[in-house]
Structures are given as C-alpha cells and as structure tokens.
Ligand binder design. Structure first.
Ligand code: MEV
Length: 342
C-alpha cells in the first residue's frame, strides 16, 4: 500500500495565453488530492468525491485508454474535441479509468491497482483538481510497480492524461502539481520551460484569498476550445497582452511592487473577460474588490470557478468577499509538489 498526494494549483497570471506559447506564473496551493493505492489483479476505484466505487478488468482499462488515445488523435486532426469531452463527461469515473489505463500502458504494466481517491481541491473550480489526481495516480503506479520514474517522466505521462481531459492543455497545471512551489511555465511547441521562482520571489505570498464562485457549466477543455474558436484578429492581441502582463508580473513580484501587481491582475481580468471566459458573477465580484482598491482576476479556465483576490488590507478583503455573498478560501501558496506520504 502506498499513499501519494499532490497539490492543486492557482494561476497568478497567464491562463489561456499559456496555451498559445505565452508564459504563466502558477502556484501550488495548500489543498491536496490523496491517492491510496495497492497492487491488484483488477482495477478498482473508490472515489470519495463521486461517492462511487467501480471495478474493471486490467485489459478493459488498458483498452479504454488506448481507445481514448485514438479518439484524441482523430479529434486533434479535426481540431474539434467535442466527442472526446462527451465521452469523458459521460461517467465521472472515465477520467480516473483513463488515467490508470494510460499509466499502465506507458509503464508497460500488465496488472491492476486498487485506488482510493480523496481530495480537498474543489472539482471544476480552476484549481487543478484533475491534474492533482492524475499526477498522484501516475506516481502511485510508478512506485507500486517499482518503475521509479523521475518526476519529469511522471509529469510527461500525466500531460498525456491531461490531453484526454482537456484536449490541448499547455501542461502548466500538471507541471505545477508535480513540481510544486511557484513556477514560471512556458511551452513553445514541444519546448517546455519550467522554472522555480523560489530564488527570485523567496517571500511568502500574503494577502491573497481565493473565492469559489461556483462550478462552471463548461469544462477547461471546452473553454480552451471556445477561446480557440474566436477570430484570430480578436484573440491574438489579447493573448499577447496577457503574455506581456505575465512578463511584467515576474519583474514586479521580484521588486515587491504590490501596487503595480494589482494593476496587472486587474488588467489580466479585463483581457480574460474580453476573451469571453468571465461570468456575470465573476464580473460583479471583481468590480466590488477593485472598487475598494484591491485586485481580482479569475483563475484557471474560468466560466465560473475560482477568483484570485488581493488587498493589502486583508480584513477589508475578507469583508468585501463576505458582503458579496461568498466564503473566502484561505490557502497557502507555493507548497510542495507531488510526494509520497508516510
Ligand atoms: C487551466 O487551468 C489553464 C488554461 O490555461 C488551460 C491550460 O493551460 O492548459 C485555461
């Protein structure tokens, strides 16, 4: 029996634009997904969040992952992932089954696993719940079957799993859940840069609060596809603007210029709203926080989910969030990545 856990993530800056080769700054958050796993002939999944339990044969699980891979390939050709998203949404267990199947295939394991999944990360809230789960499953299988893969290899396999869930993800979410801390992430075609910002930004990120505005109607993959469907002339300037904001954000965080940081967060929210991934609820909340001299932006794919809020007067921020009808979520930023728990 082994226990592996991985943190969720929160985009300080760079969601959506990161899919187009722009940089992002992403923090691992102090909420984790834990996977208890043991070897077995079959694949047995217990999920606390889905309040469900399922059993599949090992061959069936591997075949499922292979079929999902084929479907991904054909969706990629067509530049339309709707059919894949439908399949993954059809049964809440499908993403878990696909993650296990992909891990078994990638590591050449012809046997099963029992996994017990429990997570503190709200599902579908832009906080990397699927990445944290997938990375924990891949690492658990690597350890159980003594493959001893490096975190880089585990991250690579998990990116394949994330493609099943989100079509063409950047890989920023799984990389943050894997390596933890505060990272600078950029992917230009197949060239990936993952840089820890620990030395540049060694201080604790204070006075940030997360607010969950509710489960989005559309998944991350669907929202990424929606942005891709915008006319190039409209999308590209906003994607570039978000990329420039990420570059500037890295510099001003280094200088601890929190006043400028707030301007950048608010400007990012404006661009993300123009890309169509905000909601009336998020617009209302972000405006209330900006009106008090704070900053707020959606976090992750949007369409609902989490808003990252900042104010140097934390009490005032908490008050504004509560007055807007939400519960502030206090989380540590920059925590440890995937790990084996004793
Ligand atoms: C989702 O958490 C972040 C997006 O940028 C998608 C991605 O990076 O794959 C919207």
């Amino acid at each position: 029996m082994i226990k592996v856990s991985a943190p969720g993530k929160c985009h300080l800056i760079g969601e959506h634009s990161v899919v187009y080769g722009e940089p992002a700054i992403i923090a691992a958050i102090g909420k984790r997904c834990a996977v208890l796993a043991k070897k077995s002939e079959d694949v047995i999944i217990h999920s606390r969040e889905l309040a469900a339990e399922k059993k599949y044969s090992c061959a069936e699980t591997i075949e499922f992952a292979n079929n999902v891979q084929k479907l991904w390939d054909s969706c990629f050709e067509k530049k339309d992932f709707s059919e894949l998203f439908e399949l993954m949404k059809k049964d809440g267990m499908n993403p878990v089954k696909a993650a296990i199947g992909k891990a078994l295939v990638s590591m050449g394991v012809n046997s099963g696993v029992v996994v017990r999944i429990s997570s503190d990360i709200p599902i579908g809230a832009g906080l990397g719940s699927s990445s944290a789960m997938s990375i924990s499953i891949v690492k658990a299988i690597s350890e159980l079957y003594e493959k001893n893969l490096s975190d880089e290899q585990i991250n690579e396999i998990t990116l394949g799993v994330e493609r099943f869930n989100h079509g063409t993800p950047s890989g920023g979410d799984n990389s943050t859940c894997c390596f933890g801390g505060l990272i600078w992430f950029r992917r230009i075609d197949s060239k990936i840069t993952i840089k820890s910002l620990k030395e540049e930004i060694p201080y604790a990120m204070k006075n940030f609060i997360l607010v969950n505005t509710g489960r989005p109607k559309r998944t991350t993959g669907e929202l990424v596809q929606q942005v891709r469907g915008l006319p190039d002339v409209f999308r590209t300037p906003r994607i570039k603007a978000l990329g420039n904001i990420a570059v500037e954000m890295r510099n001003i965080l280094k200088k601890r210029d929190f006043k400028k940081m707030k301007d950048l967060m608010n400007l990012a929210q404006k661009n993300l709203a123009e890309l169509g991934v905000s909601t009336p609820e998020i617009d209302k909340l972000t405006k209330s926080i900006m009106a008090t001299g704070g900053a707020a932006k959606l976090c992750g794919a949007g369409g609902g989910g989490t808003v990252l809020c900042y104010h140097e007067d934390r009490e005032r921020l908490v008050r504004t969030v509560r007055e807007s009808g939400y519960q502030p979520m206090e989380v540590e930023l920059g925590v440890e990545g995937v790990r084996i728990d004793e």
